[in-house]
Write a protein that binds this ligand. Structure first.
Ligand code: ARG
Length: 459
């Protein structure tokens, strides 16, 4: 008799290369815990419909506990024919408890089994990733609260634009992560549905109570259509999109900090724990952690695109192509897990350089405030924009800072300028004027911190 669980109709041997080609045990053994958990619940469900006696179900459940203990102790021995985690666990269960193990797969297929295992596994991983994300937001919030006094240049097009609070910049990243967390919660609802009881494709022939099975496994409900249920991998695609966008956000943090920690900027110092040296140049301290946060978005987006290409044009229900869903999923989970934790470490250990931040502020960054000054005197903004532009040009022509222009110089450009114009040349005042909700004034930033804190605490 063939060693394969599905060997009944086959007479010829499988090409050894083909074995290797189709085996997924090398990577899907990660699902062992989910596979055992789902099988134990399935045995209980089979007992409810009297396919198994209570004793048989109990034998299977405790046999599976033993299999789980072997996986946990790393003593599980793989044998030829263990092509995936499902066949391996069932083979081992049979060795441990004998023929009764053969009743476990009644009405079940690896098609609804693998879909169930993957959902169970991902559901758990999502709770871990969510925890890291919450931690990252929390750390950033506290930094923002502590360092609210620091001002820095805000940039557009990477050109100095207007002064902002350092905390406002920190919170801009926390805002992206807040959306990432909301998106993760949204998609978790679609991960948390049970496909088990769909059979191979057409449904369950023994009237299994899928709702009870779902409740047993902590799923919020069941997938509504068995044909779709065995082949739906949308939950993975969604997760990979979430992972890609979250990595895109982390890549922007990485890039901001690569720039800010460069010698030329010197806005922040990255802790030694997240930097490395050069093998050749003794003076170098490289921001490797930041570069990896920036770079890893590539592989995760590759995971997403790879899966979408696998799903495209698949005929209805299960096809072996779907086995290709796992490696990108595992890769994305591992990458996000590492990246989020490293980002936590980087943010919590960096040191902002108050002097360099302040020194980078130049009065040109107050040109908008100069225009706004005239607006407050009743001049239309389009005109004031033009006047402030002329003032910048004049200062440039004389090779002086914008703030070095005298009241008389400014009056030469527009009669509405008055002695009080010198009040414009104050970075703190400029920041404080941006007081509308979401802005960079102390009050507006504290409000963002308070809102985000409450939001986080509610979760
Ligand atoms: N290893 C397979 C997968 O990951 C399990 C399902 C196999 N089903 C089948 N009918 N061959 O998709």
């Amino acid at each position: 008799m063939s060693t394969k669980l599905w060997g009944g109709r086959f007479t010829g041997a499988t090409d050894p290369l083909m074995e290797q080609f189709q085996d997924s045990i090398g990577f899907d053994k990660r699902l062992w815990r989910a596979d055992i958990q789902a099988s134990q619940a399935y045995a209980r469900a089979l007992a409810h419909i009297r396919i198994l006696t209570e004793t048989e179900a109990q034998q299977i459940v405790s046999g599976l506990d033993e299999v789980a203990a072997e996986w946990a102790a790393e003593t599980f021995v793989l044998k030829p024919g263990d092509e995936d985690i499902h066949t391996a666990n069932e083979r081992r269960l049979t060795e441990l408890i004998g023929a009764v193990a053969g009743k476990l797969h009644t009405g079940r297929s690896r098609n609804d089994q693998v879909a169930t295992d993957t959902r169970l596994w991902l559901r758990h991983e999502i709770t871990l990733l969510r925890g890291y994300l919450a931690q990252l937001i929390g750390i950033t919030l506290e930094r923002a609260a502590d360092e609210i006094d620091l001002l820095m240049p805000g940039y557009t097009h990477l050109q100095p634009a207007q002064p902002v609070r350092w905390s406002h910049w920190l919170l801009s990243h926390a805002s992206m992560w807040q959306r990432d967390m909301q998106r993760l919660d949204d998609l978790q609802a679609r991960v948390n549905l049970l496909p088990l009881g769909s059979g191979a494709l057409a449904g369950h022939a023994f009237a299994i109570d899928r709702a009870a099975l779902a409740a047993d496994l902590g799923f919020a409900g069941v997938t509504p259509n068995s044909l779709d249920g065995v082949s739906d991998r949308d939950f993975i695609a969604e997760f990979l999109f979430w992972a890609s966008l979250t990595m895109a956000h982390l890549s922007r943090l990485g890039e901001d900090l690569v720039i800010y920690s460069s010698r030329e900027f010197g806005f922040v110092t990255i802790a030694d724990a997240y930097s490395t040296g050069s093998s050749l140049m003794p003076q170098k301290k490289n921001p490797d952690a930041l570069e990896l946060l920036r770079g890893k978005v590539g592989r995760v987006t590759g995971d997403l695109i790879g899966l979408l290409m696998t799903l495209k044009g698949l005929p209805s229900t299960y096809n072996k192509d779907l086995q290709e869903d796992k490696e990108p999923l595992f890769d994305a989970v591992d990458t996000l897990s590492g990246s989020l934790q490293i980002a936590c470490g980087v943010i919590s250990t960096l040191t902002p350089n108050a002097l360099r931040l302040r020194a980078a502020l130049a009065s040109e960054m107050l040109a908008t405030d100069l225009a706004d000054y005239l607006v407050r005197k009743g001049v239309p903004f389009r005109e004031t924009h033009h006047v402030a532009g002329a003032a910048v040009a004049l200062a440039e022509q004389r090779g002086v800072e914008l703030a070095a222009l005298t009241v008389a110089d400014l009056q030469g450009l527009h009669p509405a300028f008055d002695e009080d114009v010198i009040q414009v040349w104050d970075f703190e005042q400029s920041v404080e004027r941006r007081d509308a909700e979401g802005g960079t004034s102390r009050r507006a930033v504290l409000a963002q911190i308070a809102q985000l804190r409450t939001w986080l605490a509610e979760r």
